[in-house]
Each structure stands twice: as structure tokens, then as C-alpha cells.
Design a protein around this ligand. Sequence first.
Ligand code: MG
Length: 424
Amino acid sequence: MKNSRRSFITKAAVAAAMTPFASLSTFGQGLTEAIDKTPKPSPPSDLKITDVRCAYSGGGLFVKISTNQDIVGYGEAVDAIGGTYYLVQRLGRQLNGRSPLSPNVIFEQFRKQAFFGGAQSGMYVAVLSAFDAALWDLCGKALGLPIYQLLGGKFRDKVRVYCDTQLYSVRNPKPEEYAKVARAAIDRGYTAIKFDIDEANDPNKFDRWNWTASNAEIERMYNSIAAARKEVGPHIDICVDMHGRYDAPTGRKVAKVMEPLNLMWLEEPVPADNVDVYKTITQETSTPICGGENFYLTYGYTRLLSEAAIDIIMPDLQKCGGLGEGQRIANIANAYYTPFSPHMVGSFLGAMATAHVCASVPNFHILEWQSASDTEPKWKDIVKYDKPFIEKGFLVVSDKPGIGVEINEEGLKKYATPNVPFFE
Ligand SMILES: [Mg+2]
């Protein structure tokens, strides 16, 4: 029996070799490949990354990671993203065929491999942040869990946000305008609001390049915020941002002058790069001093915290390293009894991704929210989300698998950066 079977196989092989239709075997191989490439339910252990693409739109970088299981992950980066298209392509190629289920491992590999290539800060870390969020999104979708659950569970169901009034879009606003936008924000349910008081066009400024504020400028700053405080009363939280533009004597003076207004914080009264100056201001005023939106990775925050140079930290999770690193930064801050109040200027995808981390740490304080996201149609166009973004000053953390917010690629395309490939 054995012999006759073997001889049949041999004869068949000889016949196949002699056939003029040699391409028959190629046909069979193509069919196998096609079946392999068809998305189908399979265990998360079989999940593999098949493609990584990106789009630049609405001021952000959006990374899309596709898989062999018909699920995709999206992540966002902001600010430090110009000129990063080819970096995304290069990192994306390294992920093809890999499982996305270990975002911390991939994060550390990407960070370490560019240790001599700029992985300490800037564009590299911003891109890494978008990859990290997209990987967490995929993990959640593959395992059927929201990201906060993968991060260890949630301390809260909703995260408090402050409304950045965006009065900076008005040139030299008067104190009554501060009062007016403050009222409008609290009427929409916010319990915390933010104003910018740095003003390059202040007519009382003596010199374009020097950032020592004149007495009249400091008076303008005080009167503006005092008008808002008078309008909203003592229980609404007011944050004030100076965008790191002023010098040390001005920063010290403004922090002192603002003390009677009981601010929630004074943000970047001086550039946060010089920890020594920051520490001086923080330690000599009762006004809480915060900053950190331009720092990267856990290392960016260690000295600020260990030297008590800052009262509140505000990493931007679409820039500082992503969701895993954002949680690590928050945990380090917690050891210094320091609140974690993330900077956020991304889309609702970035806001919700950040909210998962905010939910997962005890020392979360408050999250940034832009007033324009309530009013400009762009922000609703670019995502798919079936509930209000903000409810009475809180962002309700999604219980859906992954981030819980999808990108609407058609909507996103409307605002795409010209001359840059869009998810190609
Ligand atoms: Mg700021």
C-alpha cells in the first residue's frame, strides 16, 4: 500500500512538472495569500500590525495603525510635528508584522534606538507620543477594554476641565471683556477658566525684545484678572498664563501682585527652562506656579519636582511621550505631592486619550479644554463621537474599548495640511 501511494505521488509530481500550465502553482499560492490577508476574527495573540500611515490636519499629526484583524488604532501629536512625515514612515516600517499589544516595550525600543538621534525631546518624542496612543488604542480594541482599565483602573468616571477662554484672539482686550468671557464660560457650566495676560502688542511696552513689563503693563494684567474675579466670585477657579515670555523680575512681581486674586495658578511667568529661576518664584509667592508643557519624557520633570521648583506640572500627552509616559510622569509627581494638570491643545481624540490617563492616577487635578472646541464645527467634524464632548465642566471618560473616540477621515481631510500626503 505504502509503495503504491508513494509511486502515485511521484507520478503526479512528474506530470505536474511536465504540464505547460506551470503558473497553476502560482495561482494556488496567491489564493493562500489572499485568504491570509482577509481580516478575520482571531485571538489577540494573532494580532499583527500591517500598515502605518499618517495625516496632518487641524494643527495635529494623526497616526493610524492598521492590523490583520480589521481594527485600527489612532494617535495624535501636537506642536512639535512640522516636518515629521518621513520619521513616521521610518518608525512605521519597523512595526509591520509586529503585535501592538506591548506599547511600553515598543515605546522603550523607539526611545532607546534614537538615544543618539534626538529621542530626548522635540519632534521625535512628539511622533513617539502619537504612536504610543495609537498602540494603546489598538490594545484596548483587541482586548475589549477601555485604556484606563489597561492602565490599572480609574479613580474617577469624569475628569474636570478648565475652559481656556481664548481671549488672546482679541487684540488688547479691556477688563470688561475678561469679565464677559468669564461669565460666558461659567454659564456653559465650567467651574474653572483660563486667561492669557502676555501681550506683545501692549501699547505700554517700551521695547519689542525686552520682556521686563512696565508698571502700566502689570497694572493692565492685574485689572484684567481682577475684573474676571469680580464677575465670577470667589469660588470659580481662575488660571493665568504668561507663556514663558517675561524675565525674572517681571515674573516675580506679577506672582506677588496676583496674590490677592487667589489664582488656581500662574503659568510660566518665566520660561521654565531655567529651574533655578522657577524655583525662586515658586518659593517666594503664595500664588501656585505651574508649567511644563514644553518638557518631554519623565526626565523633563525630575529636577523641577526634586527641587520643589514647581507647584503643579502640566505635561502635554500629545507631545511629552504619550499615554504610558504620561502616567509615569503623573506617578513621579504624586511622590512629590504635586498635582498633575495636563496641557491639551489637540482634538477630542487627544482629549479623550489624555482623560484615560487622568482617570488612572490619584493626583489628577484638572485638564485643559479650548473654548473653540465648543463652538468651531471643525472639532466635531474630525471625530466620530455620539455624546457631548463636555458636560457641565467635566469630560466623561469613555467606557468603549481603546480611546473610545474614532477619527472621521472624511471630516479630517477637509482641514488637511496642503501638500502633505493624507493617510497615504
Ligand atoms: Mg501654557
